[in-house]
Design a protein around this ligand. Structure first.
Ligand SMILES: Nc1ncnc2c1ncn2[C@@H]1O[C@H](COP(=O)(O)OP(=O)(O)OP(=O)(O)O)[C@@H](O)[C@H]1O
Length: 580
C-alpha cells in the first residue's frame, strides 16, 4: 500500500512556526538522510584519510615550535651561542613554510571532498522533492524549500564533515600539547582541564537559550526568503495593484524581526565563543605570574621553559576553542537537521507502481469506476463516486461547474494521488498496477497554466522527448498552432523564451505546451483547459489538427466552451455527486 505523503498532520508542517514532524516520521526521514550520506562519505574516504594524515603532519610541525623556542632561548640566547640561535631560527622558518604548504594541500583536498558531499546531498534532496505530489508543493512556500535546500542542508553537511574533521584535528593537537605539557609540568595539565570543565559548565547553562534563538533566527530568515521568492514572481500583480510601497514596508518589517533574532543570536554566540579565549588568557597570565614567582624563589625552571609553557597553552587554545565551537555548530546543525528531516519525512502520495507497463501498443481506453477523492486536510470531498467510460480513439468533452473536480480527475488519472475509493482503468488495467513513469508517457496532460522553462522554443517543445527528430518537432508544432506565430519570432526555433516563457503570450505558451505533449505521441491526450487562451476559431482548428496528427489517440478536453461540442464524440458532465 502507498505510504501517505505526509506523516505529519496536514496543518503541522509547513506552518509559519516551522512546527515539527512526528517522531516516527522524523526517524524515517533521518534514516533516508543517512542512507544518502553514507555512500557519499565512502566515495570521498581517500580524500578524508589524506586530509587526516596531512593534519597529523601539521600537528607535529606545530608541536615542534615550542621545543624550538625553548632551544632558541635556553641553548641560544642564555648560552650566548649564535650558531644555536641560527639553527633554531632556520628550523622554525622551514616548519612555518612547510605548515603553509600542507595547509594549502589539505584545504584543496578537503574542499573537493566536502563540496562533493554537499552537492550529492542536495541532488538527492532535490530528486526526493521531485517525487512529492503537486499538493505538497502547493502547500509549501518555495522560499522555505530553498532555505532548507541551501541553508539547512549546508549546515548539516558542515557539521557532519567540516566540524568532525576540524574536531579530529583539534583533538590531535590538544593531545600532543597536553603530552608535552604533562612531561614538563603535570599541574599545568590540571589547569587546562579545569578551564575546559568550567567552559563546559557555562555552555550547558547557555544551551537551551542558544537552541531556541537559533531556531527563531532561522525561521525569521525563511520568512524573508519566502517573501522575496513569492513577490519577485508577482511583480506585475504588485504593480497593477499599486502595492509597491506596502510590499517594501512588509520586507522592512520582516527584516526588523530577522535583525532582532540575529543580533540576539550573535551576542550569545559571541559570549559562548569568547569564553574559552578569556579562560585561556587567564591561564597564560597565571603561568607567567606563578612561573616567575617560582623562578624568583630559585626553583628549577628556566626562562625558556616558561616561554615554552605559555606557547604551549596558547597553542592549546586553538584546539580547545575549536572543540568548544563544535558544540556551537552542533546546536545549529541540530536545528537544521530537524528542518531537513521535515522534508525527508515526507513521502510520495503514491507508490511508483508495480512493474507492469501499459500495453506496448496501447489503445487508449479510459474508464473511471466509482471514483471518490478528498484532499488531505480538506473538509469536503473533491470527487464523489464518479464513473465514466471513454472508448479508445474517441474525443470527449469533459465539463462541469468550476471547482467540481475536473482537474482532480486528471491528477488522479496521472497518479499524482490515489483515489480514496474506486479505480481508473487504462485499457482494462488498473493504473495503480502500472509503472508510473510509463503511464505518464502514454497519457499526456496539458494544463491551463503552461509551464515553460528558460531556454529555446525548440528545447521547450522537446522537453518530454529530447531525442525527437526535427521533423517530428515541426509536425507537433504545426498541429499545436506554434507554426502560426513562429514567423513573428526573430530567431525561429532558437528563440529564447525567457524565464517561465515570459516573452511569449499566454496563448503562445499554451500552444508550445500542447506541441510538447503531442510530440510524446500519447495514447491518451488530456487538455485541461490547455487551449483556453486561444480564440474559439483557433481552438477549433487546433482540435482538428490534433485529430489529424494523432488519429488513434483518445482525446479528453476539459473546457467551459459549449460552442465546441460539435467537435467531440461524447460529452461527459462532471458534477452530480460532487460538491458545487
Ligand atoms: N491541493 C488542494 N488541496 C485542497 N483542496 C483542493 C486542492 N486542489 C483543489 N482542491 C479543491 O478540490 C475541488 C476540486 O478542484 P478542481 O481543481 O479539481 O476543480 P475544477 O473542476 O478543475 O475547477 P476549475 O474548472 O475552476 O478549474 C475544489 O473545491 C478545490 O477547492
Amino acid at each position: 500500500m502507498a505510504a501517505p505523503e505526509l506523516h505529519l498532520p496536514p496543518v503541522a508542517w509547513p506552518a509559519p512556526a516551522g512546527a515539527a514532524a512526528t517522531d516516527d516520521a522524523r526517524a524515517q526521514g533521518l534514516r533516508l538522510l543517512r542512507g544518502w550520506m553514507a555512500p557519499l562519505l565512502r566515495g570521498q574516504a581517500w580524500r578524508f584519510i589524506a586530509v587526516l594524515l596531512l593534519s597529523i603532519a601539521a600537528v607535529a610541525a606545530g608541536l615542534a615550535q615550542p621545543l624550538l623556542t625553548k632551544a632558541l632561548i635556553d641553548d641560544g640566547v642564555l648560552a650566548r651561542d649564535p650558531g644555536a640561535i641560527a639553527r633554531a631560527g632556520a628550523a622554525m622558518a622551514a616548519l612555518a613554510l612547510g605548515a603553509l604548504l600542507v595547509g594549502v594541500l589539505c584545504r584543496r583536498l578537503y574542499a573537493q571532498a566536502s563540496l562533493r558531499v554537499l552537492h550529492g546531498l542536495k541532488e538527492a534532496l532535490f530528486a526526493h522533492l521531485l517525487t512529492l505530489s503537486p499538493a505538497f508543493h502547493a502547500r509549501v512556500r518555495q522560499g522555505d524549500l530553498l532555505a532548507r535546500l541551501e541553508g539547512d542542508l549546508g549546515e548539516v553537511q558542515r557539521f557532519a564533515v567540516d566540524s568532525v574533521l576540524s574536531a579530529l584535528n583539534a583533538v590531535l593537537m590538544l593531545a600532543g600539547t597536553l603530552l608535552l605539557l604533562g612531561l614538563w609540568s603535570p599541574p599545568l595539565v590540571a589547569v587546562l582541564a579545569l578551564l575546559v570543565g568550567a567552559h563546559a559548565l557555562a555552555s550547558g547553562l547557555m544551551r537551551p537559550r542558544l537552541e531556541a534563538l537559533t531556531r527563531r533566527a532561522r525561521q525569521a530568515g525563511v520568512e524573508v526568503s519566502a517573501f522575496l521568492v513569492e513577490k519577485l514572481a508577482a511583480v506585475r500583480c504588485i504593480q497593477t495593484h499599486g502595492a509597491e510601497g506596502r510590499e517594501a514596508a512588509r520586507l522592512a518589517g520582516l527584516h526588523a524581526a530577522l535583525r532582532r533574532e540575529s543580533i540576539a543570536l550573535q551576542l550569545l554566540g559571541q559570549l559562548a565563543n569568547g569564553l574559552p579565549n578569556l579562560l585561556l588568557s587567564l591561564g597564560v597570565v597565571a603561568i607567567f605570574v606563578f612561573g616567575s614567582l617560582a623562578m624568583l624563589k630559585g626553583e628549577a625552571l628556566t626562562l625558556g621553559m616558561l616561554v615554552a609553557f605559555a606557547t604551549c597553552v596558547q597553542r592549546a587554545s586553538a584546539p580547545v576553542q575549536s572543540l568548544m565551537g563544535l558544540w556551537l555548530s552542533w546546536q545549529r546543525a541540530k536545528v537544521a537537521l530537524e528542518r531537513v528531516t521535515d522534508l525527508t519525512a515526507c513521502r510520495p502520495a503514491v507508490a511508483p507502481g508495480e512493474a507492469g507497463s501499459p500495453a506496448v501498443a496501447p489503445r487508449g481506453e479510459v474508464e473511471f469506476q466509482n471514483l471518490s477523492f478528498t484532499y488531505p486536510g480538506a473538509a469536503r470531498p473533491a470527487l464523489v463516486a464518479f464513473s465514466a467510460r471513454i472508448p479508445a480513439g474517441t474525443a470527449v468533452l469533459l465539463r462541469g461547474a468550476s471547482g467540481c473536480g475536473k482537474s482532480t480527475l486528471v491528477d488522479l488519472l496521472h497518479r499524482h494521488f490515489e483515489p480514496a475509493a474506486g479505480r481508473i482503468l487504462l485499457d482494462g488495467q488498473d493504473v495503480r498496477r502500472l509503472d508510473r513513469a510509463a503511464l505518464r508517457r502514454r497519457v499526456a496532460v496539458v494544463s491551463q497554466e503552461a509551464v515553460l522553462f528558460a531556454g529555446t522554443l525548440g528545447e521547450n517543445i522537446r522537453y518530454g522527448r529530447p531525442q525527437a527528430s526535427d521533423e517530428e518537432v515541426h509536425r507537433a508544432a504545426e498541429a499545436a498552432g506554434v507554426a502560426e506565430f513562429l514567423p513573428q519570432l526573430d530567431q525561429g526555433w532558437q528563440t529564447v523564451v525567457g524565464p517561465r516563457g515570459a516573452t511569449l503570450s499566454g496563448g503562445q505558451r499554451q500552444r508550445v505546451a500542447l506541441a510538447r505533449a503531442l510530440l510524446m505521441a500519447p495514447a491518451v491526450l488530456v487538455v485541461d483547459e490547455g487551449t483556453s487562451a486561444l480564440d474559439e476559431a483557433l481552438e477549433r482548428r487546433t482540435l482538428r489538427r490534433i485529430a489529424e496528427l494523432l488519429p488513434g489517440c483518445t482525446r479528453v478536453v476539459v473546457s467551459h466552451r459549449s460552442a465546441l461540442e460539435g467537435e467531440f464524440d461524447q460529452v461527459v458532465e462532471l458534477g452530480a455527486g460532487a460538491p458545487a
